[in-house]
Design a protein around this ligand. Structure first.
Ligand SMILES: [Zn+2]
Length: 256
């Protein structure tokens, strides 16, 4: 079950392993006062509310490797931590064809209050974690953990997982190469969508600091139960472990 903390969840926050995980869309939780944003429970259990399996995969990688992670505090339908502040989809009026009744015609003050309560604490926790590493002379690899639907707008998404990047391809390409070498999985390179279009958390906490970074996306039907998330966490942990020794992933590098 996704967490219901209403605050960013910090895992192994003091750890310094060379890896930091950020899971923006960990939970579908909507605090009581919001009355489920006017949605049916069925919609709040669905992918529009959160990334199915992402929290479990993140927690299990943390258990296996002892790495630090920050989990998003609430459903992305309340406020989406992986959006720039100015994006209209920061507080989505609709998602995948479902209108969110409580998000219609909101004043800037209401949006600002949600941002202060949920979005800022998540990013503050990510920012602090990165700053602590960097001030100690460390170069953590930063990975966003997400999941996606098998179909979108009527199109099948055949990839089992994908790695997104914007300008710095280092970590995405290393992980893609390792997975393609060691498994028969179909791995997307900036697919099922591109990090050039949507990359807020990785840009802000990874790329802006010159750190190797990527968004991992796993198809949600592959991580929708306990056994599957255990399997994927072990696979990704193996790949991350290999990345720790790669020469090109130990330097801060800025791409223009
Ligand atoms: Zn996501």
């Amino acid at each position: 079950m996704p967490h219901t903390m209403e605050q960013p969840v910090l895992i192994n926050y003091e750890a310094r392993t060379g890896i930091i995980l950020m899971c923006d869309h960990a939970t579908n939780h909507v605090p009581v006062g919001y009355d489920g944003l006017g949605l049916d429970n069925q919609h709040l259990e669905d992918h529009i509310a959160y990334d199915i399996g992402a929290e479990a995969v993140t927690r299990k990688i943390c258990e296996l490797m002892g790495v630090a992670a920050v989990l998003g505090p609430v459903s992305r339908l309340l406020i989406d931590c992986n959006r720039e502040e100015h994006r209209p989809s920061l507080v989505p009026m609709a998602s995948d064809g479902v209108v969110v009744p409580a998000n219609q015609d909101l004043t800037p003050a209401v949006i600002a209050a949600r941002k202060k309560a949920y979005y800022d604490p998540f990013h503050d926790a990510c920012e602090q974690l990165v700053a602590d590493h960097v001030s100690e002379g460390l170069v953590p690899r930063v990975i966003g953990v997400h999941s996606y639907t098998p179909t979108m707008n009527g199109e099948d998404r055949a990839w089992h997982a994908g790695f997104l990047w914007n300008k710095d391809p280092r970590l995405a390409q290393a992980m893609i190469g390792l997975l393609e070498r060691e498994t028969d999985l179909i791995i997307g390179d900036n697919l099922p969508y591109s990090g050039k279009d949507l990359y807020h958390t990785m840009q802000r906490h990874g790329a802006d600091h010159g750190l190797p970074q990527t968004t991992l996306e796993i198809r949600q039907d592959l991580v929708d139960n306990d056994a599957k998330t255990t399997e994927w966490a072990a696979l990704i942990a193996d790949v991350l472990d290999e990345c720790l020794s790669r020469e090109d992933l130990v330097q801060r590098k800025y791409y223009s």
